[in-house]
Design a protein around this ligand. Structure first.
Ligand code: ADP
Ligand code: ZN
Length: 211
């Protein structure tokens, strides 16, 4: 099954993508995580992507589409995958179509903008391995320390309040038209993000037909 997770920054699509990934044993492909890794490693892609990411703007299509193409060509994607953060614009969705990638379902995690600002302020990311946490919804076992590698968990630069506003504006303008794009194909399912992550998870699993 090939799935797309759609949602505003901070709506919790990464968390839900991880849940589906575990439930269906298919990889979660997060372009945001891959780009952050490229930045940490100082690769050519990373160097090019950094300024746009820090500003809360979208990274250029040629970079993101290139990264995505390489990733889904890997062996573990044979039985399906979950795209988390891609496509983020209609041209990116068209690029997927052109690659011949068939999408089965698009799950939108909907959270109102007012809720997002508050949530994003609690997000943390491991500076070593990129694992993501939330001080309230998904805390690490020891505050400030990554469960997976022991690295330090920090606030992402693009999670600063003003940058979040810019990212939300980009989402509404550039990414949200994808809802109509996939609705027309009868593939869109909307999950309303709940106060408790477990409640959202239950709705997401139902939407993909697991429970
Ligand atoms: P969020 O969903 O919380 O905004 P992500 O981790 O998905 O965060 O993405 C972080 C940043 O990475 C984005 O603000 C953007 O700069 C870049 N990025 C990720 N995916 C894409 C994409 N498909 N196209 C362009 N830029 C992207
Ligand atoms: Zn870590």
């Amino acid at each position: 099954m090939n799935l797309i997770l759609l949602g505003a920054p901070g709506a919790g699509k990464g968390t839900q993508a991880e849940v589906i990934s575990n439930a269906l044993s298919i990889p979660q492909i997060s372009t945001g995580n891959m780009l952050r890794e490229a930045v940490r490693n100082g690769t050519e892609y990373g160097v090019k992507a950094k300024a746009a990411m820090d500003a809360g703007a979208l990274v250029s299509d040629d970079i993101v589409i290139g990264i995505l193409k390489e990733r889904i060509a890997q062996d573990d994607c044979k039985n399906g995958f979950i795209l988390d953060g891609f496509p983020r614009s209609v041209p990116q969705a068209e690029a997927l179509d052109e690659m011949g990638v068939k999408i089965d379902k698009v799950i939108e995690i909907f959270v109102p903008d007012e809720t997002i600002q508050a949530r994003v302020s609690g997000r943390r990311v491991c500076e070593m391995c990129g694992a993501t946490y939330h001080i309230q919804y998904k805390p690490s076992k020891v505050e400030g320390v990554c469960d997976k590698c022991g690295g330090k968990t920090i606030i992402r630069k693009d999670d600063e309040p003003q940058t979040v506003l810019d990212r939300l504006a980009t989402y509404h303008k550039t990414t949200e038209p994808l809802k109509a794009y996939y609705e027309k194909q009868g593939k869109l399912e909307t999950v309303i993000g709940q106060e408790e992550v477990a409640d959202t998870t239950a709705l997401t699993l139902k939407a993909v037909g697991v429970k």
